[in-house]
Ligand binder design. Sequence first.
Ligand SMILES: C[C@](O)(CO)[C@H](O)COP(=O)(O)OP(=O)(O)OC[C@H]1O[C@@H](n2ccc(N)nc2=O)[C@H](O)[C@@H]1O
Ligand SMILES: Nc1ncnc2c1ncn2[C@@H]1O[C@H](COP(=O)(O)OP(=O)(O)OP(=O)(O)O)[C@@H](O)[C@H]1O
Length: 291
Amino acid sequence: MDHPALSRPDTSDPQRLTGCPAPAKLNLFLHVVGRRADGYHLLQTAFRLLDWGDTLDFALREDGEIRRTNAVAGVPAEHDLVVRAARLLQARTGCTRGADIALHKVLPMGGGLGGGSSDAATTLIALNRLWGTGLSRTELQALGLQLGADVPVFIFGRDAFAEGVGEALQTLELPPAWYVVLSPGVSVSTAEIFCAEDLTRNTALIKIPDFAASTTRNDLQAVACKRYPEVQNAIDWLAQFAPARMTGSGACVFAEVFSADDAERIAVSCPERWTAWKVRSASRHPMYEWL
Ligand SMILES: C[C@](O)(CO)[C@H](O)COP(=O)(O)OP(=O)(O)OC[C@H]1O[C@@H](n2ccc(N)nc2=O)[C@H](O)[C@@H]1O
Ligand SMILES: Nc1ncnc2c1ncn2[C@@H]1O[C@H](COP(=O)(O)OP(=O)(O)OP(=O)(O)O)[C@@H](O)[C@H]1O
């Protein structure tokens, strides 16, 4: 499937920010290297930002209310990470302003593409500007981590090598690339995969330059494929064309291809029960310069 590239927000009206992008990510590899006392897992992973994602609109409210103005299937407003992110920023800064927020969902949920996390990150970056709360990138990353392990990287705003639970980030310089991303039509719960008895939790640590595809893997993949056979089927189908693996805790799988034409050709031949997208990398978050 084709999709529009992400663009920069419209900042012409000081009362609102429209078309704020929330890009997807891929985990090019993901190693589980240990477990913390609180049950969270220690990882090594490479995050790649994509030129594909959700968009959000924000309008200033002076009464302090946070409202989501549109319905989003499967995400009631009170559970939306976007609403939770806005409330967290208010609480952290003592800001008395509020916002109307519209969320235009494009990314599959429970897809391992970090959609909800990216929506939350975009909310923190956008409201920090609209409200004039002035938090730094580092401060927003720390705040974002309270919402989820995947939020900080989107505020970091660049391809990154991540350690810890995903919050210790170092910039990665990666060449531009084209990917086919395939959704096998199932939604995977991240917690379910990390809780699995049969998850490998002791992969040896690697150094940054050593992450050639041949020497890395996604440790969550075997667990997800066992519980969701369509994930394995999707990997097997995509692997006919290029090395394929799962992103995050699934369910989406991806393969890097040589060109936009290759991505297009593979995506259009995807079996009808699944959805495939031709996607380009994005080396920076489109709102990177705001922090
Ligand atoms: C799989 C990844 O997407 C890879 O980037 C992330 O590690 C998941 O990040 P996320 O979706 O933001 O996850 P969170 O919302 O923080 O956590 C969901 C659940 O996954 C488990 N979890 C998550 C991250 C982590 N490093 N270890 C974990 O064990 C925890 O049980 C947690 O309750
Ligand atoms: N704004 C949001 N967008 C999507 N899901 C959200 C949002 N807010 C809360 N959620 C909840 O989070 C769950 C996971 O959604 P998400 O799309 O972020 O998963 P994911 O792509 O697997 O994320 P990750 O890669 O971070 O694990 C959803 O099933 C939904 O219940």
